[in-house]
Design a protein around this ligand. Structure first.
Ligand code: FMN
Length: 190
């Protein structure tokens, strides 16, 4: 019997490169074993088209309209584990991650893809950084992703919260780093 290899997709959704969320994600990923395949995509390198709600249109149907969309869709379907790496922007996920999630609604309606069925059972993780003193400000982001996982019948694997404002801040925050190193191991046991 062959056991499917674990494949982690890290979707980076910050509006800058090499910021705290990316750094924290790299710290967390360093604990994954070598037999776990890692795929890293920056949504800023793969901008998705604007989302259109044509669900109830009489003649129009959804299709994949760009290479970037195809890349992100294929990586999403191939992953066993999807890691949303988004900073807290206005208490929630960044605009590029929100757009990515909106596209799930389109991808569910693509002919021949069976998106919702294939997403069911995958693990959804979140890695985020924020700058407020009170981590409660990240709660809408957590709830958004947890409820999305529930809707999609995915397994919600939890959130790694890191503290930082300027790039590199998170590396000077021992609590964030300690949690990062243990994140996939501790939350993966559930
Ligand atoms: C548009 C925008 C909105 C933000 N909103 C929040 C917020 O609601 N709560 C918070 O704690 N930090 C907020 N921040 C600060 C970022 O979460 C923080 O700087 C984070 O480290 C940025 O992540 P990055 O370094 O990975 O880009 C915001 C930053 C930006 C640019």
């Amino acid at each position: 019997m062959t056991i499917d290899k674990k494949q982690f997709l890290f979707l980076l959704g910050s509006a800058r490169t090499d910021g705290n969320t990316e750094e924290l994600s790299r710290q967390a990923a360093s604990s994954l074993s070598d037999d776990v395949k890692q795929v890293w995509l920056r949504l800023s390198d793969h901008p998705l088209p604007p989302f259109e709600d044509i669900r109830h249109h009489e003649t129009r149907k959804y299709s994949v309209t760009s290479e970037h969309e195809r890349t992100v869709l294929d990586a999403t379907l191939a992953a066993t584990d999807i890691v949303i790496a988004s900073p807290v922007y206005w208490y929630n996920v960044s605009a590029s991650i929100k757009l990515y999630l909106d596209h799930w609604s389109a991808w569910m309606r693509l002919d021949g893809v069976d998106f919702k069925k294939r997403m069911a059972g995958k693990n959804l993780w979140a890695i985020t950084t924020f700058s407020d003193d009170d981590p409660a400000g990240a709660q809408p982001l957590v709830d958004c992703l947890r409820l999305t996982a529930e809707y999609m019948k995915m397994h919600w694997s939890g959130v790694l919260l890191g503290y930082g404002n300027r790039p590199g801040d998170v590396l000077d925050h021992p609590d964030s780093l300690n949690h990062a190193v243990a994140f996939f191991e501790v939350n993966g046991k559930g």
